[in-house]
Design a protein around this ligand. Structure first.
Ligand code: ASP
Length: 333
């Protein structure tokens, strides 16, 4: 070791000894403020292996590389993601516990009338990460060849058919509301803790109808393991040979599912900015981009992956869905 590099080490040791002895009041401010200096936990509100989980594990991996610390995913499921959101709203606002959520965070503001937090004010948005079409699918032996056929069966059989979702307010639930509204009938709904287990049940023939992110359904559609009818966007999506709901005669079944990450409100600005930078770095990673493309999931732009753009998008989505949910009169409580 050279003389010049030994000096800072000695200085550090001396300073730490003084801190230990109570001579110096605080450790070096720069070191104390260095963020992050330990693992970060990303709370994912749905089951492992589903779209929210798959997307955010890839984002977490890229963030970890950029931040130089582990970024660990924890699945906290139930109640359409509101249990996970409550956990993060009440976490220390230090950037070490963050939430990954989707469109359901915006709709929960109206669907749940007694949330123990405020969807907008209790969080510091960090950046959007993705957007994906929903796909309308059914069990492998479902007796319909196209969306009109599926809708006719739904009208004919009503609640003798079952429709899965991953919690009230989740993307599947919202799409199901749009479908039932369009068919003017109610199906028997079955709640799961995420989309991954639904597809297993659907392949076994126990779930009839489902509307889920292309992120999750694409491999099953490509291998013909389930039946597929349409994408819920106003444009076709590359990589899936499906008509849009409008082309198939059901223009009111229209939505896409976006994801973003949040810290608790009150997280210091530099920490918010550092986490947001790490998200943007993760979204530039070739491995993530290739995997998102395979799963027919759009990567958010670098501009969308900023706190300001995410905050604006969340506010717009809360406002967009409020009248739709109120008109449908569906509440989770
Ligand atoms: N697809 C589910 C929902 O949006 C959640 C998931 O498993 O990611 O409701």
């Amino acid at each position: 070791m050279s003389k010049s590099s030994r000096r800072p080490v000695l200085a550090t040791a001396l300073a730490l000894a003084l801190v230990g002895a109570g001579v110096l009041a605080a450790p070096f401010p720069a070191l104390a403020q260095a963020f992050p200096n330990r693992a970060i936990t990303v709370i994912v509100p749905f089951a492992a292996g589903g779209p929210t989980d798959v997307i955010n594990r890839l984002v977490a991996e890229g963030m970890s590389k950029d931040l130089g610390q582990p970024v660990v995913v924890e699945n906290v499921t139930g109640a359409g993601g509101t249990i996970a959101a409550a956990r993060v709203a009440n976490a220390r606002p230090d950037g070490y516990t963050i939430l990954a959520h989707h469109i359901g965070h915006a709709t929960s503001a109206t669907l749940y009338r007694n949330l123990p937090y405020d969807v907008e004010k209790s969080f510091a948005p960090l950046g959007l990460v993705s957007d994906a079409a929903m796909t309308i699918v059914a069990r492998p032996d479902f007796p319909a060849n196209d969306l009109q056929g599926l809708m006719a069966e739904i009208k004919r059989q009503g609640d003798r058919l079952n429709l899965a979702h991953a919690g009230v307010g989740g993307a599947n639930h919202l799409c199901g509301v749009l479908m039932q509204y369009a068919a003017k009938t109610n199906l028997t709904t079955v709640a799961f803790r995420g989309s991954a287990p639904v597809l297993t049940e659907m392949m076994a023939g126990r779930i009839d109808v489902f509307c889920d992110q292309a992120t999750n359904t694409t491999p099953f559609i490509r291998d013909n393991r389930i039946r597929s009818y349409a994408v819920t966007l106003d444009r076709r999506v590359e990589g899936l040979n499906l008509p849009t709901t409008a082309e198939a005669g059901e223009p009111t079944i229209a939505m896409s599912t976006w994801h973003g990450l949040y810290a608790p409100a009150g997280t210091p600005e530099p920490v918010v900015e550092r986490l947001s930078q790490a998200i943007r770095a993760a979204l530039r990673e070739e491995r993530l981009r290739a995997r998102f493309a395979e799963l027919v999931t759009e990567v958010a732009s670098q501009e969308q992956a900023t706190p300001a753009a995410h905050r604006r998008h969340l506010a717009a989505e809360v406002a967009r869905w409020r009248p739709i949910i109120q008109a449908a009169g569906v509440y989770a409580d």
